[in-house]
Design a binder for this molecule. Structure first.
Ligand code: F6P
Length: 324
């Protein structure tokens, strides 16, 4: 591997925040410090890149923020960066500040942005997968997924207490724009009666059969991913069609899943990927995403990083056994 000397690296967080982003920033700042590289933070993702919103990153401050969700650098979903004009302004800011490498923490939209940017900007980029949805190939887990699942589990356990007290049916919607990973994991870990995810299509027949046999001396919990094409309201109305007397409630867990203290796994993942991103730049890598596959660091070119919708055969079997 080459030994490249960078003078000034910049880092930003982009898209939906996810627990563990601060730990990744801490990993980056420590490794940059050790390597004698100047490091700047860019606030508010691509928006800050366009506006030249640069701040110094303080290792000591980040050390004390490993346990905090959210992102010290703030984040945004930038419409302006989708335009060539926006990207050109971003390039001018990089040149003005002598930035010779960029690290971005975010989801697949963030990596698509980097790919588009690479057409006009030739400094190396490294990506770190940060999204609670766990819907990116090239890594077993994305930063924040484990924490979000733990938050969902904690809340579903609480819902079970009240559901069982009233013998109610609960439809619990969890996050995952196009992906059912949070639903599968949180549903399996809380022993829910059904799990509805976008990848397998909602199978009403199975669900309605189960509901028919449901006796009102028990609770019935259904976890539904927000990405499910039918949606919680329609599922609820179908259930009421077959049994108008059911006592049913819908709970949307929503953005609580994005916040809160990162789990041990997400803190470790953040630190490992943060250090690996700076290392990758020193080794001369460019335009790759750092991930962990089988507990080993793995680098995937941006072109090969795809939004992952598939639910593997093993998980499909688990769904058949426990969640249908
Ligand atoms: O970051 C991923 C995610 O939390 C998805 O699960 C969800 O669909 C989306 O972001 C919500 O985005 P926003 O916070 O912009 O409403």
């Amino acid at each position: 591997m080459k030994n490249i000397k960078h003078r000034h690296i910049a880092v930003f967080t982009s898209g939906g925040d996810s627990p563990g982003m601060n730990a990744a920033l801490y990993g980056i700042v420590k490794k940059a410090e050790q390597s004698g590289i100047r490091l700047s933070g860019i606030r508010k993702g691509y928006e800050g890149l366009i506006d030249g919103d640069l701040v110094p990153l303080d290792a000591h401050k980040l050390q004390k923020m490993i346990h905090r969700g959210g992102t010290l650098l703030k984040t945004a979903r930038s419409k302006r960066f989708l335009t060539l004009e926006g990207r050109q302004r971003a390039l001018e800011n990089l040149q003005k500040n002598d930035i010779d490498a960029l690290i971005a923490i975010g989801g697949d939209g963030t990596f698509k942005g980097l790919l588009a940017f690479s057409e006009i900007c030739d400094i190396p980029f490294i990506g770190i997968p940060g999204t609670i949805d766990n819907d990116i190939s090239g890594t077993d887990y994305t930063l924040g997924f484990d924490s979000a699942v733990n938050t969902a589990i904690e809340n579903i356990d609480k819902i079970r207490d009240t559901a069982e007290s009233h013998n109610r049916i609960f439809l619990i919607e969890v996050m995952g724009r196009d992906s059912g990973y949070i639903a599968i994991h949180s549903g399996l870990c809380t022993g829910t009666d059904a799990i509805l995810i976008p990848e397998s299509g909602t199978d009403f027949m199975d669900l309605l059969d189960k509901i028919k046999n449901y006796h009102s001396e028990d609770a019935f919990l259904i976890v539904i991913s927000e990405g499910d094409e039918i949606g919680a309201e329609l599922v609820a109305s179908k259930i009421k069609q077959i049994n108008k007397d059911v006592d049913l409630r819908i709970t949307r867990l929503g953005h609580v899943q994005r916040g809160g203290n990162p789990s041990a796994l997400d803190r470790m993942l953040g630190i490992r990927l943060g250090v690996a991103a700076v290392d990758a730049l020193l080794q001369g890598r460019e335009n790759v995403m750092a991930g962990i596959l089988n507990n080993q660091l793995h680098f995937t070119p941006f072109e090969e990083v795809v939004k992952q919708h598939q639910v593997t055969g093993e998980f499909q079997e688990l769904l058949e056994l426990f969640g249908k």
